[in-house]
Every structure is written in C-alpha cells, then in structure tokens.
Design a protein around this ligand. Structure first.
Ligand code: MSP
Length: 517
C-alpha cells in the first residue's frame, strides 16, 4: 500500500476507569496501525481523553476535587496505564485540557463565527449528561412503572434526562444537510458498516436542526472566545481533537501529512462522527474524514457492557490471566468487526486453548524442537513444498486485503488457515518417521525448511495482533533480520533459513478457576 494512514480512537471520558469495551476500540485501532506501519505506510495512531463537560465536573465535585485534578488523576492512574496493559503503540495521546487543543478549538470556533456559521439563540429541551447529548423525544423512553415512572429516560443510560433552557450559541448545521447526503452518496464507504451507514442516512434525511454548541450554566470547558460567559459544548470541543492533535492551525507541515483520518468509534457515537463532525469540517473548508467505522458493542448478558450498569470488566482482569496477546487476539477474532459480540470467560478460555495454545503456539514449539533434534538447530537449505509456498502467498494477500477494508476478523481467519495447513502438514509428513530413515534425509530437509518458513510467515502476519508472542517466536526461529523489519504485506517473500534456539511455550496452560476468583 505505501501511502499515509492516520487512525484514531474516540477520546475517552475520564469520569471513570476503562473497561473492556474501551479496550476493544484501542486494540482494534492498534492492530490496524501496526499492520499499516509494517506495510510501509506513513502511519499515525492517535488516542486520548475527553475531559470537559458536566459529567466530569460532577464526578470531580462528588469526589471533592477540581475537574482538572480529577482528570489528571484518572489519566495517570487509569487511562495511560491501560495502553501499556494492552501493548498499544500510539503515536500521540491528546487530552482536551492540553494547551495545544484549547488554543486551536478557540481559533476554530472564532473562524466559524467570523464566517457566519454561528449565531446566538435559546435552547429549550432535554439533555443527557451521561451521553453529553441534546435529546429528541425519539431518543427517550417514558416508563409507566418502576423507579422512574412518568419521567423521560435516556435510552442508552436508562436514567432521567434533564430539562435545559438556556442562552446558547448555535452552529448552522442545517446548512449542511444536503452536502452531507451528497457525501454519503458519492462516497459510500464514508460511513461503515452498512448497518450504521443506513441509520445515518435515514437520520439526516429526516432533516437536520442547528446544533447548540455552547453552554452557559456551568463553566468546566473551553471558553467561547467572543463571549466568556459560555463554554464550548463538550462534543464540539472533543471532535476537534482529531485535527488539533495533528497541528491544525499551528503546524502547516504536520496537518496535511496526517489529515484526513480513519475514525474508529462505537456505533453509539457514530452520529457525532458521521454527521456533526463532517459538517463542522465543511464549514471550516477542511477535507472530511476518510472514513468513520462504527464497531459493535461488547455485550454482557445481552446488554451493552457498561460501568454505569455495573457490568464493566477491567482489561487487566483478563490480561493478568491470559496475557495481552490473547486479549488482543480473542476480541478481534471471535467478533466480526462491526457487529456486537458477547464476552464470556468460557469462550475466551476455550479459544485460548484450541487456537493459541494447541494451534499456533504448539506448532511453533514443535517446529523449533524438531529442527533442534533432527538438524542440530540448523534450518536445512532445501527447496520448499510448493503447495505451502503458494498458500503463504494466498493467505498474506487475503489478510492484507481484509485489513484494507477493516475486516480484522476476516484477516485473522485467513491467517488461521495457514496454522491449520502447517499443523496438517506435520501430521501428514510425520517428520519423526522420516528422521529414522537415512534414505529420507532430503525429504526431511524439505519438510523442515517448509515448516520453518511457514511458521516465520505466521510470526510476521500475527505480529500486529500478538506482538509479544511473535517476538519470542521470531527470536527462536533465528531467521535473519528483525521482526519489525519484515513487510506484513509480503510476509511470504523472505529468504528464510537461520539457526533455531529454545522456545518456551508461547501460550502456557491456564487454570481458570483458580485465577478467576
Ligand atoms: N468521549 C466520548 C467520545 C468523544 S470522541 C470525539 C465518549 N467516550 S466514552 O468513554 O464514553 O466511550 C468511548 C468509546 O467506548 C465509544 O466508542 C463507545 O462506543 C465505546 N464503548 C463503550 N462501551 C462499549 C462496549 N460495551 N462495547 C464496545 N464499545 C464500547 O463517548
């Protein structure tokens, strides 16, 4: 591919600590970034935290600290550490309280104001602080019984919404209704997957209203530059992180080098990214994002897993037991990227054992052990089995094409075909039988060279997903060159050879009951 690839995660609210739903987006974005990096693209992965607004202000107050103190505490104790827990190789981390961000947001707003895209008005309606979103009646439930009988509830948070009536500044978003519909039409993959795209198109077709972009009843936010009695609406502020982090308004070289981005977001926030955000960019005369991809939810008991519903699982609960590679592999292979998926310890454990310990891990160990035993560690310099050579190329091409359309699960199932084929090849060729017959020495050389190269190709292809295990495997395979130096889009295209060295089990056996308690 060799182009440029800028990928972002949503910036996360710091009212609480991360759960595996947040970790899911991080891991998916990191795998895509690592893949593109290793395919020679000029790659940039941005993540960060969303720190303004009423939700954070109230959480801080409830904990007896200022919002900034609260944000600092959560960023340092929870949000940055989770990136390490998950092996995320992000290029930047933006906080909406960074000066670079606050200055650029004010500049962006002033530009829109000066160009007539913003006017003063009054907002009267519903607001959900959990979502930090103005709500229409369609977005609300009105239960007849139970704790909240007779009150309007946010469908996402199942909590009562608030009624707002305040003087606000409005963005003329309605001006962009037709340009947005034209965008969805002319660039059908602008919003993906199709289920999310259809919902967005329907939403815009119903008609766009202007958007209130400031709040005057509290002050934890970026001040509106021409009227300091208002702070910028937290979503308007937050969406801008994708351009303020890459130098919009301050770095004329960096910005065009990175922008436009591919945005990975949960489907619940696709509307902000596929409607409000491109409208803001159009108003400012900037290119719209390359793509907005709305992934599905991790479900627990059939419902979106969430802290507010007390179903949140911390990523470390899983990585402490299974390791970060297994975490990354599991969520991206077990769930079709773009659809919802249910998490269960049983499924994770079963796939760990079958696909990683017995499948990929065991294959690597056996191949290294056989070369040690039968060839004293030296990889034979022999021609390789044509069918496996071909399969390495087919699988590489298929996986690379799948990553190009963000079908991560599909890429992983292509790679698994090579694991299965190599395990089948061991069973069919029975190297331990060949080793007993001196007349089969050449055949054994061929088999071992084929297996060694095939496993090396797996190490390259799996490295964006499982950086730790593949680094260990690559070192044990003893092939020339570093793992990072291998092109993932040409994983098959290596000379191979080398001298192997001992390999510990890549995915050790796990006693789930003992560790889960
Ligand atoms: N701060 C906003 C995003 C601003 S981006 C300019 C926000 N933050 S969040 O912390 O509430 O959510 C961040 C992301 O986590 C969203 O994409 C959301 O969809 C995702 N998830 C939250 N719970 C999730 C699951 N149970 N499953 C999968 N993703 C989930 O929204």
């Amino acid at each position: 591919m060799s182009g440029s690839f800028y990928i972002t995660t949503p910036i996360f609210y710091v009212n609480d600590v991360p759960h595996i739903g947040h970790a899911y987006t991080e891991v998916a974005a990191d795998v895509l970034a690592r893949w593109h990096r290793q395919a020679g693209d000029d790659t940039w992965l941005l993540t960060g935290t969303d720190e303004h607004g009423q939700k954070i202000e109230r959480t801080a107050a409830a904990n007896g600290v200022t919002p900034k103190e609260w944000a600092d505490r959560l960023v340092e104790s929870a949000w940055k550490p989770v990136l390490e827990t998950l092996d995320i190789a992000n290029d930047d981390f933006i906080r909406t309280t960074d000066e670079r961000h606050e200055t650029a947001v004010a500049k962006f707003l002033q530009q829109l104001y000066d160009e007539g895209h913003i006017y003063e008005g009054e907002y009267e309606g519903y607001y959900c602080v959990g979502c930090e979103e103005y709500k229409q009646l369609d977005d609300l439930d009105l239960p007849e019984e139970g704790e909240f009988a007779g009150q309007y509830l946010c469908k996402i948070h199942s909590r009562p919404v608030e009624i707002l009536k305040e003087k606000n500044y409005f963005f003329r978003m309605s001006d962009f209704e037709q340009p947005l519909l034209d965008l969805y039409e002319s660039q059908p993959d602008f919003v993906q997957p199709d289920s999310v795209r259809n919902e967005i198109v329907q939403f815009v077709k119903q008609g766009l209203e202007d958007l209130s972009i400031s709040r005057s009843s509290f002050d934890w936010g970026i001040k509106v530059p021409w009227d300091e009695t208002h702070v910028v609406y937290v979503w308007f502020d937050a969406l801008l992180n994708y351009v303020t982090a890459t130098g919009w308004g301050s770095d004329p070289e960096q910005f065009p080098r990175r922008w436009p981005a591919t945005h990975l977001v949960g489907k619940d926030i696709a509307r902000f990214h596929a409607v409000i955000w491109p409208a803001m960019l159009m108003a400012a005369g900037l290119p719209v994002p390359k793509q907005v991809f709305g992934h599905g939810w991790l479900l627990v008991g059939g419902e979106k897993m969430s802290k507010s519903k007390l179903t949140g699982i911390a990523p470390s609960q899983i990585t402490d037991v299974f390791g970060s590679d297994a975490f990354r592999y599991y969520f991206l292979s077990a769930i079709t990227f773009g659809q919802d998926g249910s998490f269960s310890w049983e499924d994770l454990s079963a796939r760990y054992q079958a696909e990683l310990a017995n499948g990929f891990g065991n294959l690597g160990s056996r191949v290294v052990a056989m070369i040690q035993k039968y060839r004293d560690g030296h990889v034979p310099d022999a021609a390789r089995e044509a069918a496996i050579v071909d399969l390495e190329k087919t699988v590489t091409d298929a996986a690379h094409a799948s990553i190009g359309k963000l079908a991560i699960h599909e890429a992983l199932s292509s790679i698994a075909r090579l694991v299965d084929a190599l395990n089948g090849y061991v069973t069919d060729t029975q190297p331990w039988v060949l080793a007993k017959d001196p007349a089969q020495a050449d055949r054994l050389d061929e088999v071992l060279a084929t297996l060694h190269h095939g496993v090396g190709t797996l190490a390259v292809l799996y490295s964006p997903v499982m950086p730790q295990a593949t680094a260990k495997l690559w070192a044990a395979l003893g092939e020339p060159g570093s793992l990072e130096g291998q092109r993932v889009d040409r994983a098959w295209d290596r000379v191979g050879g080398g001298t192997v060295s001992a390999l510990e089990p890549l995915f050790p056996r796990i006693e789930l009951e003992a560790s889960e308690s």
